[in-house]
Design a protein around this ligand. Structure first.
Ligand code: SF4
Length: 342
């Protein structure tokens, strides 16, 4: 069956794939960058940011020579800044140890920071033509349905079947196109809630479609995991030179990113007030933000009388705070404060 499926995928990809900037190149650096950007960010957002990033850092050497803060600035709008830091660290390692060249196999790529099994498979197959699989969330959905995999998503048994099938499909002379065809199918036709089976090139082979219930796959656990709540208190303070922001510590949650000056945990408001020597008199906005492992509830306060800016490298005012490397919750807090007219 693999051969018929391969043919169907290649035909589909040849005539239906979206024309995206990273599909017009075989440059491994550009393909690597696109894969990292796409890990947790929508395609439309990546399209907007991709060329700008490349104009600042057109190759591995330029990226490696930059300061981490510059890389994070160019990453603004894409979120999950640990990806930018890993990209930068990997570029430095490539320059130091590999003459600025990316390794050409999936196994060797995985020694670099931020490159896991999926990303390594995607880069190796697309840029170097290595016949290796690449299973991301979209491919997981397509193959779970194609094979009607009954094992719970994420389990060892499910992963073994998914990666095994993906490896069979990639075992040909155009593995990059096969992998991208599967990704494209998951992104455009085999969608999570409304798969368009009638126009799917795999419909003749799809077990979930034959059962009449594609939405049953991938099988998800019904157990609900309670997520703990993290409470934040932020200060909104705008002066003529801009809005105060504070840089978070270099380790831990949102490491090294900027946010409104804040404290977290119980009594966050009182501690923030003490630390800045300001009375936080008025709650001007609130933000609820969901992370995979916790719920964040942030309150944004105004101070009276206005505090004076202490001399600290980690606290300064930004004329355009949304242009700084921010965590997603900090970005939302700034927008919420502005929307509230503060
Ligand atoms: S036939 Fe339907 S469920 Fe099966 S892979 Fe295609 S879109 Fe997905």
């Amino acid at each position: 069956m693999a051969t018929a499926l391969q043919r169907a995928l290649l035909r589909y990809y040849a005539s239906n794939h979206r024309d995206l900037p990273w599909r017009r190149t075989r440059d491994p650096y550009r393909i690597w960058l696109s894969e990292v950007m796409l890990q947790q960010t929508r395609v439309a957002t990546v399209v907007e940011r991709y060329d700008d990033f490349l104009s600042r850092f057109p190759d591995v050497r330029t990226l490696a020579a930059a300061r981490e803060e510059q890389v994070c600035e160019a990453w603004a709008g894409l979120g999950y800044y640990s990806r930018a830091r890993n990209l930068h660290a990997a570029a430095r390692r490539l320059v130091a140890e590999h003459s600025a060249q990316l390794p050409t196999t999936a196994d060797a790529l995985q020694i670099l920071p931020g490159i896991g099994r999926y990303t390594a498979g995607a880069i190796a197959s697309i840029a170097f033509g290595e016949a290796v699989p690449a299973v991301d969330g979209n491919v997981e959905r397509v193959l779970s349905r194609l094979l009607a995999i009954d094992a719970e998503a994420g389990s060892t048994a499910a992963k073994r079947r998914l990666w095994g099938m993906a490896a069979q499909l990639a075992a040909c002379d155009r593995p990059g196109e096969i992998n991208q065809a599967l990704m494209e199918l998951g992104a455009t036709i085999c969608s999570p809630r409304t798969p368009s089976c009638g126009s799917c090139p795999l419909r003749r082979y799809c077990a979930a479609r034959a059962e009449g219930d594609p939405l049953r796959y991938p099988r998800r656990s019904r157990r609900r995991v309670e997520r703990p709540t993290l409470r934040l208190a932020f200060l909104w303070h705008r002066t003529r030179s801009g809005v105060w922001l504070e840089r978070r510590p270099l380790r831990g949650l949102w490491a090294g990113l900027w946010q409104l000056p804040g404290e977290e945990g119980p009594s966050a408001r009182a501690r923030l007030s003490r630390r800045l020597g300001a009375r936080l008199t008025r709650r001007i906005a609130g933000v609820r933000h969901e992370l995979s492992h916790r719920i964040v509830l942030a309150s944004i306060y105004a101070a009276s009388p206005p505090p004076t800016l202490p001399h600290r490298a980690t606290l300064r005012s930004f004329a355009e705070p949304l242009g700084a490397p921010l965590s997603a919750v900090a970005r939302r807090a700034i927008i919420a404060a502005r929307d509230a007219g503060a």
